[in-house]
Design a protein around this ligand. Structure first.
Ligand code: OKP
Ligand code: ZN
Length: 343
């Protein structure tokens, strides 16, 4: 199986995030995550690890707002040159003001723009964020290209992840929506379905494809009424305009076990069969695992294997994209167990 990995991800290493309750904690989405996965993959005879090809900005600008991408690219350098009222040293750009109310005028000010584009306190921008996010998108595009040519499946070891990034927003460790960039690229050659199995709802992917009928998007996740990202991921959100009926959320509950998850996955699989896509993209977050510090499901490694088998039985050319997963000791085993179904 072709695996796409870039060490440019190491340049994105924010020292902190602001966690629930306003606590400043080390960033859960650490470089170690990708390095542990890579190490496990290197022990597998089926894993062919490649560097991504550079696809340029065009495929990214087809799913993201150009001003947002310019903000991602330039804001950290501008922030470093900005005089502030305090003497605290600046290690990351993170806003303190958000447009949660009725009005969202895009301001001129850098800090104002930060609040406009950054949705929450788990997406700090540091010096290497843009380069790493572009490299991750190129891993996804390279994986897409592999299944367009002769590969039955491929894996993009993306870091930072992408599924919370919307058309013009970053959030939840995500800056560029890798799965969306890849799916949009694939959709020029045939109908494409994205199935998101990360513990958290794929709200960025939902945002990007909400009004499209050529890309079916499905997310299975914990109930956003009680879990991040809170404001989207509900079952009544099913698309708009010509995209109506082409998005589906399947919220589950804390403690969901293997059998319960597989029952819901069956419904998702039936929707995919009815849509009959030419290509399948999996947003593979491994935080559905029972031992994840940010997840509350009760899914075992064997359950992850069964989920992989069920999806591979669809028999579609499949691109697997790395999303979340924060139990670093189990991460390598869990994602390789999932991937082995597609070898
Ligand atoms: C990113 B991905 C949870 C705090 C939420 C952000 C979580 C982002 C998850 N109590 N912090 O979907 O794995
Ligand atoms: Zn997640």
């Amino acid at each position: 199986m072709y695996i796409f990995y870039s060490d440019v991800h190491l340049q994105h290493n924010p020292a902190f995030e602001i966690f629930d309750g306003g606590e400043k904690v080390p960033n859960f989405e650490s470089p170690e995550r990708a390095e542990r996965i890579l190490k496990t993959l290197k022990q597998k005879s089926w894993a062919e690890i490649h560097s991504p090809t550079d696809f340029g900005m065009e495929p990214i600008l087809e799913v993201h707002d150009a001003d947002y991408i310019t903000f991602l690219q330039n804001s950290f350098a501008e922030w470093m040159q900005t005089e502030t009222e305090t003497n605290f040293s600046k290690s990351a750009l993170l806003p303190a003001t958000f447009p949660a109310g009725k009005w969202r005028h895009k301001p001129v000010s850098l800090l104002g723009k930060a609040g406009y584009y950054i949705q929450d306190l788990s997406a700090p921008i540091v010096e290497g964020t843009f380069a790493a996010a572009i490299a991750a998108a190129n891993c996804a595009l390279s994986g897409a290209n592999a299944i367009l040519t002769n590969q039955k499946s491929s894996f993009a070891l993306c870091r930072p992840p992408g599924h919370h990034a919307g058309k013009a927003s970053c959030a939840g460790y995500c800056y560029i929506n890798n799965a969306a960039v890849a799916a949009n690229f694939l959709s020029k050659r045939g109908k494409t379905a994205i199935l998101d199995i990360d513990y958290h709802a794929g709200n960025g992917t939902q945002d990007i494809f909400y009004d499209r009928c050529d890309v079916l998007t499905i997310s299975i996740h914990d109930d956003p009424g009680h879990a991040y990202p809170y404001f989207a991921g509900y079952p009544e959100e099913t698309g708009e305009g010509i995209g109506f009926g082409f998005h589906q959320n399947y919220p589950l509950f804390d403690g969901t076990n293997d059998d319960q998850y597989l029952e819901t996955l069956q419904m998702a699989v039936e929707k995919i069969i009815a849509f009959d896509p030419a290509y399948l993209v999996i947003s593979a977050g491994m935080d559905l695992y029972c031992g994840d510090p940010l997840g509350k499901f009760n899914i075992t490694t064997d359950g992850i294997n069964r989920i992989g088998k069920e999806i591979s039985n669809l028999g579609k050319p499949t691109l697997v994209i790395m999303e979340g997963g924060y139990n670093n000791d189990a991460l390598g085993t869990n994602i390789t167990t999932f991937l082995e179904n597609f070898v």
